[in-house]
Design a protein around this ligand. Structure first.
Ligand SMILES: N[C@@H](CCC(=O)N[C@@H](CS)C(=O)NCC(=O)O)C(=O)O
Length: 240
């Protein structure tokens, strides 16, 4: 079974959360929008799906199509794939909690996005710069620390080096992507605070060297962060 992942072709964005799970598991998948139209890809394929093929119509990308099953919401897709592909914890309690972690990571991602778009997602960054500066200060000082401290506490309490259970899961892959995104968007701030979270740092490195992830990160399937995406680096929004 080949999974179909639908997401914007030019940014890693939220599509990267399910994509990392597919890559870490070595699962066969198509990044549909990145394919040529002659092969059933391109933006037309994504629009057609959102307009035409009910009853399960996703509100926004990313979404995954697995036969008759359609799943949207980055954290939910990551959980769905992780549970199917052996990248979820074993016990029921840990499996449930891993889902909570993935959705909390999605919240953190949304907040990182809202730093550069605090007034409206349909407006240009240039039209909301003063508000973005205010939002960025609060995000850097309060929210980044609160999220990272929570992940650190989870790793400490769990005792295995992972966020939930005793093996690498989609929740860990999500933390990897969040930390990489924060490092890209807020390099100065991350340099100052990262050292306070040694468990998080170690887990990010564990993910980076996982065999399939290491190969993926070197491939051209891995898109760099950029200023059209969720994690954007604007010098004026970063600070120690
Ligand atoms: N909560 C959703 C958010 C989805 C979302 O906002 N997707 C963006 C791209 S990252 C989009 O294309 N949104 C279109 C829209 O909201 O109209 C998730 O985590 O997947």
């Amino acid at each position: 079974m080949v999974y179909d992942l639908y997401y914007w072709a030019e940014i890693p964005g939220r599509g990267e959360f399910p994509r990392l799970v597919l890559e870490a598991a070595g699962a066969p998948y198509r990044d549909v929008v990145r394919l040529p139209e002659e092969e059933g890809g391109g933006m037309a394929a994504m629009s057609a799906f959102q307009e035409g093929r009910g009853p399960h119509i996703p509100f926004a990308p990313p979404f995954l199509v697995d036969g008759d099953t359609v799943v949207s919401q980055a954290g939910v897709i990551a959980a769905y794939l992780g549970e199917k592909l052996g990248l979820a914890p074993e016990s029921e309690a840990d499996r449930q909690f891993a889902r909570s972690i993935a959705l909390t990571t999605a919240d953190a991602v949304a907040e990182a996005h809202d730093v550069h778009h605090p007034v409206g997602i349909g407006l240009y960054y240039e039209d909301q710069k003063p508000e973005a500066r205010r939002r960025a200060a609060e995000f850097r000082e309060e929210r980044m620390v609160k999220f990272l401290r929570w992940y650190e506490k989870l790793i400490e309490a769990n005792g295995s080096g992972y966020l939930a259970g005793r093996r690498l899961t989609y929740a860990d892959l999500g933390l990897f992507q969040l930390v990489e995104g924060l490092r890209y968007a807020f390099p100065k701030r991350m340099r100052v605070i990262e050292g306070d979270y040694p468990g998080v740092r170690a887990l990010v490195e564990t993910v980076r060297v996982q065999e399939k992830i290491a190969a993926y990160l070197k491939s051209d399937r891995r898109l760099p962060f950029n200023e059209n995406g969720i994690f954007r680096h604007y010098r004026e929004l970063d600070g120690e």
